[in-house]
Design a binder for this molecule. Sequence first.
Ligand code: MG
Length: 337
Amino acid sequence: MSKKIMLAHGGGGRLSAELIDKHIVPRFANPILEAMGDSAKIQIEDKVAFFTTDSYVVKPLFFNGGDIGKLAVYGTVNDLLVAGANPIAISLSLIIEEGLEMDVLDKILDSVAIAAKDAGVKIVCGDTKTVDAGSADEIFINTAGVGEKMAGAELSFDRICPGDKIIVSGSLGDHGMTIMSHREGMKFESDLKSDCASVASVCKAAVETCGADVKFMRDPTRGGAATTLNEISVSASVDIEIEEAVLPIKDSVQAAADMLGFDVLEIANEGKVVIVVSADKAAKCLEACRATQAGAESAIIGTICEKNDEPIVELITRIGGRRVVQMPYGRELPRIC
Ligand code: MG
């Protein structure tokens, strides 16, 4: 195996998982980190707080449906929301390459301000660093966020059990295919639009309606739904079955993926959430998600199956065949967010 960092180490797939599990987490081992949530759950006096951080290196900086600034707010806010936390405040750290146009920076900062207002978070601290031309690619952004527990949210991998249903809050692959088509300069680019948005309304609707029957939530960002489903499967030691016929995928996204040779399940989303909910409450949860604007196209896409020490995620194809949905390697889509 290569001893150097490759782009695929940042792809959110198998190589990212290896980097995190072998090199990073063991060095800092503690129960909070090892829970491997989208946000860390920390105790401050008698209160639970949620804390998360993310860096944004998307290329290009501007794309249909968003830009790096909008992404840097919603990406971090969404990691709090899917962990069952209401976002309170975020930080904003900028690493700027010498030569970036001030107008471009202003446009990104305006976008940050609009998204933060929409998400109901304040930017409460930050940092600016510059590096010489060639040492970065225009601008990189890091945001960290804190939140407080959403009333009624009881989310963790170990609450997932056989029979639970899996809901996805809308069409898959919109963000990743938009970025890729921009880069490839493809003709159908104009039909594609990133889903970059807050998942607040969907997460809150699910938890308010179904409470502890909502077992787990995660946003299928880098590595797409394939990564999220494999993470759920491994962390909860359960097989998962999903159905191809009910996956919400836009025709334009499927066409772009086919043309470029991608599996839509492995493509990043930036405004969707995967929800695991008890079978009893699945219909009610779906109805609540669909009643929100962001979740209008929510669908039940699959089921949590048997407990298994070596679990797999399987796709039932349209004609009734079965295909294993692998954890993507990570080389597919560098710098997607
Ligand atoms: Mg996440």
